[in-house]
Design a protein around this ligand. Structure first.
Ligand SMILES: [Fe+2]
Ligand SMILES: [Fe+2]
Length: 266
């Protein structure tokens, strides 16, 4: 029977597919860490109180990258190159979503509009991250090899999502409401397309490694297209709503960030 659990177990049990999975995940997290690290240094004067939270967000993502690398190391595996068609972060940038890496490399303060763009992009991508980690948590929260990592990352992604809701609502109250709604919608539409393309690419690479039958590969592709159809028909709205996280306010405000690491240069 084809299920999320059986599919992931298959990927987990094969060294080559596990190394590819962890390498893709580690690269995405490191890029997210670098982006947030840069944004925290370029926050405009009017939003300075956000800077430590953005830095904390970046440190969390870098920590996630290190966790995926450690999972590989524990198995004696090395990182493998990330195929460009599986590079979610770069493909989102190519779709015109969020702030570009070229902009973030400049030592020039961002505008308030840039902060709205960054936070809206994060609101959408953290929804995806939070949902994916909750799925892994459901199936692998007690797994001996993965459980601890999955629990820690899932908790962090939920915090990142809560933080995005809270900060966007604050910016909406200060007059950015219409812009936020417009950018959130654009981001969600681009994200669901990019997620579909990346999912198809990841499954194609896994299928080659794990020698899936044409029927199994076709079934998985159909599932990915069905998910996109659901998201296109209205599922995207879950990525653009804003609700105050009353049970998790100031989720990134705790002044105890994880240890700093060597800056990544994606
Ligand atoms: Fe993360
Ligand atoms: Fe995150």
């Amino acid at each position: 029977m084809l299920s999320v659990r059986s599919l992931f177990l298959e990927i987990l049990e094969n060294d080559e597919s596990f190394a590819l999975f962890c390498s893709i995940a580690a690269s995405g997290e490191a890029q997210g860490g670098w982006e947030n690290g840069r944004i925290s240094k370029l926050v405009p004067a009017s939003q300075q109180e956000m800077a430590p939270k953005i830095a904390r967000h970046g440190a969390d993502e870098e920590k996630h990258g290190r966790i995926f690398l450690a999972l590989m190391r524990k198995r004696g595996l090395k990182t493998v190159p990330v195929p460009p068609d599986t590079d979610y972060t770069m493909l989102l940038e190519a779709a015109g979503i969020g702030l570009t890496h070229a902009r973030l490399r400049q030592d020039q303060a961002l505008s308030e509009h840039d902060i709205v763009t960054y936070l809206s992009h994060s609101r959408v991508t953290e929804q995806r991250a939070s949902e994916q980690m909750r799925l892994l948590l459901k199936h692998f929260g007690d797994h001996t090899e993965l459980g601890r990592a999955v629990r820690a990352i899932s908790r962090d992604e939920d915090n990142h999502l809560a933080y995005c809701h809270e900060e966007l609502l604050r910016l909406a109250r200060s007059g950015h409401g219409r812009t936020i709604q417009r950018i959130l919608r654009e981001c969600a539409m681009a994200e669901i397309r990019t997620y579909r393309e990346v999912s198809l690419a990841v499954m194609a690479h896994m299928g080659r490694i794990l020698r899936w039958s044409p029927l199994k590969a076709a079934t998985l592709r159909a599932g990915i297209h069905a998910t996109y159809a659901y998201e296109r028909a209205g599922g995207w709205r879950r990525m653009t709503s804003l609700t105050l996280p009353t049970d998790n306010l100031n989720a990134l405000g705790d002044p105890t960030p994880p240890p700093a690491v060597t800056p990544a240069t994606p």
